[in-house]
Design a protein. Structure first.
Length: 67
């Protein structure tokens, strides 16, 4: 399992956190969103997914992500 911290732009309320957590659940990724720091720590299987896949899924919901 690989662990990566992503910076998230556009997350401005607690419902944004729930939306992002829902995206992670949909794609089968473990994640911990930190609203105050605007980050998310994700754990994923590199054999099944790339970090760009996770970023694209989050960005599709309207949030910009950077590693």
């Amino acid at each position: 399992m690989k662990e990566v911290t992503l910076k998230i732009e556009g997350m401005n309320c607690r419902s944004c956190v729930k939306k992002i957590e829902g995206v992670l659940e949909e794609i089968g990724v473990e994640g911990q969103v930190n609203f105050e720091q605007a980050t998310i720590d994700v754990k994923f299987d590199e054999a099944k997914l790339e970090i760009s896949n996770i970023q694209e899924s989050i960005q599709a919901k309207g949030y910009k992500t950077t590693v």
